[in-house]
Design a protein around this ligand. Structure first.
Ligand code: PEP
Ligand code: MG
Length: 916
């Protein structure tokens, strides 16, 4: 006995047992069919039918692929309703009802499961249908389609038969049909005559008997149950299983089965079928958009055999502009469809993707669902719908994904172009967007070639500050080693440059100036194209499409909506006045990190920087520092000015020293000459500076503690720059940040030096301005003792790059070596240098915030590690109560969106809790 549960839900125009809210139970398709048919505001012409629930799918699998006792009666009762609504009977030889049997999971899984059409056509019902339709050809065409689909889906796939590639029953039947077409010299299926189709059906059945050892079923009931079973079986078909894995769809969701009266768009010139969107999905324009075919079935529209015609003027394109639109060809039906799509969009309050069929001048709606759209369309639709009063600002913010917004910010490989070609290698996606250029293998070549007007991609084992001139000249950077926070990644992202790192399947031969990836060899000068958003490397020059930000009014309007919703501030990581200005244009509200060591990359400055590093005596160091001071001051003036009174965090020197010293012999010699010392002396000094673990070495505040004159020089440059601007009536708000702090005593030591200089400069210049002295929280110990550190530090900024490195013990520069394995084997869910590890590192962050604010309740707290530009991590930062996130200039728009989404999500959870 069964449980007496309801497993079957009927629908038909004006009435439905389910509704649109029952997606989990009826699947997306079933719920929307019920909503369209039965909702009092819609009551649309939907062919009647019924949905068997997803629960039944699970029952079927849990009970040895059997249905409960009550199922038969429920299906029979539902079929009766369909019969009474259509006035036809299933299996009736005189006027047969035909049905479709389709899948429909909670979330759309396009093409991953099975469908059977024209179920109910048998030897007995064929003649009745011919009499009714007076169209023998149409009936035999429907029959041959049923035989092809059914034998493939029900008799072969659902039975678990796995024929060799290309030897499946469908393929075999297709070859029989192709042979006949060839014999008759036909170019299209539509040329086959009624008697030819009839004889094909007979041949098909013979072949099925021979290959599958079973007769094609000639009973309507048997066909129906075969179809239902096959759709449930297809939930566990190979395609569906792998799609679920990729999309993270749980196995226990199951699929529903929709059985629905067939309507035919292929009953002659007064019939048609089509697909449409309530707005243009390519650009978001608020214009009804779609395609249709006269005298065709749904599968013909997507099959691409005939060119579909535009449904109206605004859907016309180059390749279909001469075809008759539905608007012109069937004006009355077009008007009816137009009104329906408007009502659907108003009802669902989102752009819809709809399917319709016209059978003998009667319009039927077969499907509606939220329409998929690209980035520009998502943004335009969201902005327009707020203006139209259709959705709230909060809803608009949730309608655009960060990835869709990202599409607008960088050049992309022309999508159609990218689809046709396979990557030669894959690495970590360190700098988004796409770029193409000729491969070069040294920074000098990159600079030289670019100088000569060539577009280049710099390919290196890994990069160092030595390479920055070449990195800057190149269109993109590709490295074999390194992780998401390695040198190349940080620098490229800061410039908004396309970059792929940790691409360990390429093998660079520096001598020959070439690299290999599998069987492909790329020589110097050969074109390659990078997709830095996906991490894909392609051979050759692919076509790129450029973004247009300045004149993109929709984008600015959308970001303004985000700003009105978010509470988290967005700052930027910028080391140069130009970058600060770009970030301001993108909407940054201050600088969260200015890495002062990056300011010394320029060829005019690196020499003084090296002198400072190499200096053995206080005098030598002071002299080098004196040389650096004016450069620093000039840059600080530029940055403070660009930020117009917004806070600017300037971090004291934090160079892993080795990054600034040359490795190659010839370069060392050059440096010795520049410094005016013998090479041997330089080598001895470098030997002394050599560290086994430079990332854990003499860096950050440790430098400023051993050499207080460095901190003094930098503090002076910052405060003098600020004072000079104040004298010129420019508002400033510098915040001086001490890096790599692990103890309160370290912080105290540096704080006192900085404070003294600040007071001295203000006094000497006779000005006063607001400023703060604070610290990075990047060492686990700093987070653990944050209450103590906050007794001195006036602000915290989380350096999650180092904090991730030190919490996991993974080298941020070398993780590329094993990360792909870790991701594939699911040791890690994602790259922890890209998305904050909330479970571990996240605990340290939350603890540090709580402890810091226990000492200093108004402590300003932000994040300046690379995670500050990652949407998931930004949401986490909002949740734990940070004041701002800071990211590279080109990520600022994404951060504005993610911060707004975080606000909406938190509000939703709070509201839900309150309701409970
Ligand atoms: C960090 O460690 O997260 C940080 C921002 O500093 P850097 O990347 O310069 O070490
Ligand atoms: Mg750091």
């Amino acid at each position: 006995m069964g449980s007496g549960k309801k497993y079957v839900y009927s629908f038909g125009e004006g009435n439905a047992e389910g509704d649109g809210s029952m997606k989990n139970f009826l699947g997306g398709k079933g719920a929307n069919l019920a909503e369209m048919a039965g909702h009092p505001k819609l009551r649309l012409p939907v062919p009647p039918g019924f949905t068997i629930t997803t629960e039944m799918c699970m029952y079927y699998y849990r009970n040895n692929k059997k249905f409960p006792a009550e199922m038969k009666a429920q299906v029979a009762a539902a079929m009766k309703k369909v019969e009474s609504l259509t006035g036809k009977r299933f299996g009736d030889p005189a006027d047969p009802l035909l049905v479709s049997v389709r899948s429909g999971a909670r979330r759309s899984m396009p093409g991953m499961m099975e469908t059977v059409l024209n179920v109910g056509l048998t030897e007995k019902t064929i003649s009745g249908l011919i009499k009714k339709t007076r169209d023998e050809r149409f009936v035999f065409d429907a029959y041959r389609r049923l035989i092809m689909m059914y034998s493939d889906v029900v008799m072969e796939k659902a039975e678990g038969i796995e024929p060799a590639e290309g030897a499946g029953i469908r393929r075999q039947l297709e070859s029989i049909m192709d042979a006949l077409k060839k014999k008759r010299a036909y170019t299209s299926d539509t040329q086959l005559t009624a008697s030819e189709l009839k004889s094909l059906c007979a041949q098909f059945k013979e072949r099925i008997q021979k290959v599958l050892g079973k007769q094609f079923p000639d009973e309507a009931e048997e066909q129906l149950w075969g179809g239902i079973r096959a759709v449930f079986q297809s939930w566990n078909g190979k395609r569906a299983i792998s799609y679920r894995k990729i999309e993270g769809i749980p196995d226990e969701w199951g699929t529903a089965v929709n059985v629905q009266a067939m309507v035919f768009g292929n009953m002659g010139s007064t019939s048609a079928t089509g697909v449409a969107f309530t707005r243009n999905p390519g650009n978001g324009e608020n214009k009804f958009y779609g395609e249709y075919l006269v005298n065709a079935q749904g599968e013909d529209v997507v099959a691409g055999i005939r060119t579909p015609a535009p449904i109206n003027e605004s859907s016309k394109s180059e390749h279909n502009k001469n075809l008759t639109s539905l608007e012109k060809g069937m004006p009355k039906l077009y008007k009816q469809l137009f009104d329906i799509q408007k009502r659907l969009e108003q009802h669902y309050r989102d752009m819809q993707d709809i399917e319709f069929t016209i059978e003998n001048e009667k319009l039927y709606m077969l499907q509606t669902r939220v329409g998929k759209r690209n980035g520009p369309a998502a943004i335009r639709t969201a902005v327009d719908m707020v203006k139209e009063g259709l959705i709230t600002k909060e809803e608009a913010v949730m309608r655009v994904t960060p990835a869709q917004l990202d599409e607008l910010l960088h050049p992309m490989i022309e999508p159609a172009n990218e689809k046709t070609i396979k990557p030669i290698a894959k690495g970590l996606p360190a700098g988004p967007g796409a770029a193409t250029g000729m491969a070069v293998f040294t920074a000098n070549d990159a600079e030289q070639w670019a100088h000569n007007g060539k577009q280049v991609v710099l390919v290196r084992e890994e990069t160092s500050p030595e390479d920055v001139h070449g990195m800057h000249s190149a269109q993109a950077i590709l490295t074999a080693k390194g992780g998401m926070t390695s040198h190349a990644a940080l620098v490229a992202r800061g410039w908004g440059k396309c970059c792929i790192v940790g691409c360990n399947t390429i093998h660079i031969d520096e001598e020959k100036e070439q690299f290999s990836a599998g069987t492909t060899v790329v020589k110097e000068g050969d074109w390659i194209t990078l997709n830095g958003t996906k991490g894909n490397v392609y051979a050759g020059q692919l076509t790129l499409v450029q973004p247009d930000l300045k004149s993109n009014a929709e984008l600015s309007a959308f970001l303004k909506i985000c700003d009105s919703v978010r509470t988290l501030d967005i700052r930027t990581n910028a080391d140069r006045p130009e970058d600060a200005a770009i970030a301001r244009d993108f909407g940054a509200q201050g600088i969260g990190l200015c890495r002062t060591e990056h300011m010394f990359f320029g060829p005019d400055r690196i020499k003084s920087m090296r002198k400072m590093i190499i200096a053995e005596t206080l005098e030598d160091r002071k002299r080098a520092l004196e040389e650096l001071l004016p450069y620093q001051k000039e840059d600080f003036i530029g940055i403070l000015k660009a930020m117009e009174g917004f806070p600017v965090i300037i971090r004291l020197l934090d160079p892993p020293l080795h990054e600034f010293l040359p490795q190659e012999e010839s370069k060392k010699k050059e440096l010795a000459d520049e410094l005016g010392i013998p090479l041997e002396k330089l080598e001895v000094r470098m030997q002394k500076l050599h560290e086994l673990n430079p990332m854990l070495g003499h860096r950050g505040c440790r430098l400023g503690i051993t050499y207080p004159e460095i901190t003094r020089m930098q503090a002076r440059a910052i405060f003098e720059a600020a004072a000079e601007l104040v004298l010129k009536k420019v508002k400033v708000h510098p915040e001086v940040m001490v890096p790599v702090v692990g103890t309160q005593t370290e912080m105290r030591n540096q704080y006192d030096i900085i404070k003294t200089i600040a007071e001295e400069v203000q006094k000497a210049k006779g000005v006063k301005f607001p400023y703060l002295i604070g610290t990075m929280i990047e060492i686990p110990r700093a987070a653990l003792t944050a209450d103590k550190i906050a007794e001195v530090a006036e602000f915290f900024s989380y350096g999650t790059n180092d904090m991730t490195q030190m919490t996991f013990g993974y080298s941020r520069d070398d993780i590329g070596g094993f990360l792909p394995d870790y991701l594939e084997k699911k040791i890690l869910p994602s790259d922890p240098f890209q998305t904050i590890d909330q479970e571990g590192v996240g605990q340290l962050i939350a603890l540090g915030i709580a402890k810091g604010r226990s000492t200093r309740p108004d402590l300003e707290i932000g994040i300046c590690g690379e995670h500050g530009g990652d949407p998931e991590s930004i949401k986490f930062c909002h949740k734990v109560g940070m004041n701002y996130v800071s990211c590279s200039p080109f990520r600022v728009p994404i951060a504005r969106l993610a911060a707004a989404q975080a606000s909406v999500e938190i509000k939703k959870t709070k509201d839900a809790k309150r309701k409970k």
